[in-house]
Ligand binder design. Sequence first.
Ligand code: GLU
Length: 330
Amino acid sequence: MIARLPRLLVLGTGGTIAGSAQSATGGSYAAGELRLDQLLNDLSGLGLEAELVAKPIAQIGSQDMGWDVWDVLHREILAALNDSQMDGILVTHGTDTAEETAYLLDLTLPADKPVVLVGAMRPAGAVGADGMRNFANAVRVASDPDACGRGPLLVMGDAVFAAKDVRKAATSNIDAFKGYPRGPIARVTPSTLDWFGGATRVGEPARYGWPETPPRVAILTAGAGMDAKPVEALLGIGCKGIVLAGMGQGNAPGCVLDALSEAVKSGVPVVRSARVDEGLVDRNVEVDDDRYGFVAGRALGPAKARVLLMVLIANGITDATAIQAAFDRG
Ligand code: GLU
């Protein structure tokens, strides 16, 4: 039981939650323009029951998120996890790649304290802006001891998602995020929080080491009538792994599958995922994974499959059977 107000570290990275609209009704705005202290100042009138400690680490649209910012984020969160004065961590983040950051942290951090990513679909100043509400909701989640042991969470649109389930499924709707195969694991408002099940990862250490030298892993989207040249091009630029965003259940033209099989033979792991929004990609359904040497991506969409494959390769896990085991676990 925390006697004082929960103390939360707020790591600012930018995104629409830190974006300013050119007009309340226009469509255009600049992501990441608002400084974190200004954002927290705007929030100070909401009467949030938490002490917020601001630390800006970037001011970017999350399309520019990558290993330089991820390195800092990982280091700062680890320090906060080890700081007995800090009860939880909030990360303000653009929505485009929030699922990748959340899942990368999920794979590489212990599940000790709440780590909550939050963003917005509409910039401050736009009519119906959602940033303040999402942030108030995120504070509520990060302040709740029951948020521990669930891995990093994403709070958007009054819903709480687990990192491995969440994906951005719409370009501009306020309820742009969906969970697959699980939907939200909790519902939240600034005054209520209802979890739909207990935490299963209490005390779990980090699953994988932090990638010190992240390997180049590419996503290859399959399209009707394509040939195998893109596979050759990816191998030509030194890709260490390939994620296929395949048609249907991870399909691709035969010539592409053959070229990918050659990649596997040359030591480049290939994971089949789907360009379709939802559904599992299972082994040996239409594609003979055993024969080709492929890994089936299961519930992970291409963006998160790429993150997992990068982490696995960086940890020296390149054998198809071991990679498949990791994807089966998700
Ligand atoms: N593309 C920007 C980003 O991901 C803005 C989108 C957003 O935050 O909703 O940061």
